[in-house]
Ligand binder design. Sequence first.
Ligand code: GLV
Length: 321
Amino acid sequence: KPFKILVTHPEIPAVAIKKLMQRCELVVCPEVPYSTRDQILSRVTPDLDGILWLSKHRMDKEVLDLAGPKLKVVATMAVGYDNIEVAEAKGRGIKVGNTPGVLDAAVAEITLCLLLEIARRVPEGRNCILEGRWEAVRPQWLLGKDLRGSTVGVVGLGNIGLSIVKRLLPFEIGKFIYTGHNRKPEGDKLGGTFVSLDELLQQSDFVIVSCPLTPETKFLFNAEAFAKMKDSAILVNIARGDIIDQEALVSALKNGKIWGAALDVMSPEPLPTDHPLTKLKNCVLAPHLGSATEKTRGDMAMLAVDNILAALDGKQMPAPL
Ligand code: GLV
């Protein structure tokens, strides 16, 4: 086989691995649930043509140095690439690709799931059942927040943000506002209003975080940001944990500075079981399940493989960075 590829995880969906194996010799990191950084590094060798990167570790200069000049492509099996040193790789003439688009619907679905769970206090209610405290006879018990008529603010209206909004509109939300670098015609077409971050924080009943993690968005949600939000607001983060200063979030949730939060992403991941966030009734947590559906993971793996094969053939990758 003409090419050698490092695959950093043993559980990449089989259809994609089969396709890659038709033309490439594979070196697969066998460790589950995941390899340590050193375990991955020990398998990065100068004879590699490509790397399929599925790891929370950084794909950085050290990895690229170990690989050397033969390396042609790095494909990450994720849409977010904050852990990938894209400029460093491209500077060496290495192609880099990610997996946008194919996970938009799945991530939007988990966003609605978490948003409704926190707004209607479903996990809290389940705990009440388990604890023998079913008090539904009390008319003020476990009251939540209506999505209908509410103002929803989206931070980062990319493809995922748009997919979320399209699914929220049938819930008869009152107003949709968004912020980011630029006005988006697609957002305006859906009835959205482009506002500043401050305006969004001040006006939103629901704040949805769907922007990439960059130096600019790191800790975008700090104590100052929470101070600007409504006490009745709900924060939903499906992007990256480090966009939120979690200590500030814990305080805001404890002090009633905001009403609730739902997080699919945290810092670190896995979150320690005794972390203060796990103790809060007004915080719903999911273990980074955004793209975790059978079909979506298959599509992501296939797109990553197609990125690799296109780059090896000197063709335009379907999803280049
Ligand atoms: C998941 O978080 C991804 O970036 O695809």
